[in-house]
Design a protein around this ligand. Sequence first.
Ligand code: ATP
Ligand code: MG
Length: 477
Amino acid sequence: MTASENFANLGSMVGGFMFMWAMFKQFFPPQLQEYIEKYFQSVLRVFHPYIQITFNEFTGDRFMRSEAYIAIENYLSSNSSAQAKRLKADMVKNNQSLVLSMDDHEEVADEYMGIKLWWASGKNVIKSQTPGFYNYNATVEKRFYKLNFHKRYRDLIIGPYLQHVLKEGKAINVKNRQRKLYTNNGSYWSHVVFEHPARFQTLAMESEKKKEIIDDLITFSQSEDFYASIGRAWKRGYLLYGPPGTGKSTMIAAMANLLHYDIYDLELTAVKSNNELKRLLIETSSKSIIVIEDIDCSLDLTGQRRKKEKREEVEITDPDEKPPKEDKDSKASQVTLSGLLNFIDGLWSACGGERLIVFTTNYVEKLDPALIRKGRMDKHIELPYCNFEAFKILAKNYLKLESHPSFSTVSRLLEETNITPADVAEHLMPKTLPGDAETSLKVLIQALEQVKEEQKLKAAEEDAKEKKSLDKEEAKE
Ligand SMILES: Nc1ncnc2c1ncn2[C@@H]1O[C@H](COP(=O)(O)OP(=O)(O)OP(=O)(O)O)[C@@H](O)[C@H]1O
Ligand SMILES: [Mg+2]
């Protein structure tokens, strides 16, 4: 038998003993437990080349659970459900999903770069000596995890392995937490639970473009070290532009769901000054998307906000155009373009952790180039009118149809008309339950034909108008 086999045998014997001890120690009085453990440890040190690290649930402050303990609990929840025989179940995310973790006095094995290690959970029941309101002399349960590994791997385990455990555990925690949608009421954030069903899978857009966006987001979320190495703040700006109803807001919700981020929906018109803007930003947490919708309506892009009187003079010729948002208190509102630019690249926007900044607009051509240059808005994404590829996704979502003889007609009509995915989706909505795909497709084709006619007429009218004004000018000359 080789030395390494001996080690392995000794390791599993010791592991087995520790496992048995973890199971049965609860039947011994606490003092005796401590005595046996102490004695066992000193005997073990002679023969046993293993190191043990204990992570207590509460350290120092009795009311704050240790971050390391929580991260380990989460990390172990991923492999303990496969190995441990006794599990604890807990509800997370507003009682919507169940998380399993190993019960007290269980042991699970883990492997890291080919090295085997053992995690054991346990608890000590001790009498509380702290004078409290009513529970003096009550018993307190002190839980812990113990990690056992061969001393040969000390540096690897204490360094990279534990870092890996904490990182993974925190990531699981982020995934399981209840996410929030924050909105600013003046210069204060208030929040509600964020539960939007939008997903990239159900978003109607070209698959290549969609994949590019997903890859970009995932790369960003995993690039902490890269951003640190090139000396850039860990944030990324997205500009989403396109006509109303093409899925800009839906995409933001899908981004938040993909990365498990919170959303801060910033209403610029309710912010009174650049300083308030700064304060709001400092209060945002890591792993979040800061959204400013309809940026063209929120700010006068010459650098000063639009004054109320001026706004009333603005003539809206395009029926699709949104009127500028009303200021709640226009006299006191002084957020400027330079304030907003500072908001994006100011030092304080980099405070701790990753952030996405997303602007949306219906009129990209109206925006100041300074606002959307690369580095501020790193990625410009156009959400266009519905094309056939986008329609196929909607048909799959709404009608559960992958193909149909009418699809060729729809494809031809979509090439000849400008219709938004929101309009297409509305026509595909079942009018009765259960829905009837044939009827929905017929309704959509009729609507497309009607829109096509209307758009043709409108184009002809515009041509005639243009011709008329040209004729007038010619006549004048
Ligand atoms: N690309 C899309 N894929 C799937 N559904 C879409 C898409 N675009 C729009 N919809 C549907 O239309 C509705 C309106 O879309 P959304 O609010 O995202 O549009 P928007 O681009 O933000 O419009 P606005 O410019 O007016 O804010 C959504 O609830 C969604 O169901
Ligand atoms: Mg929107």
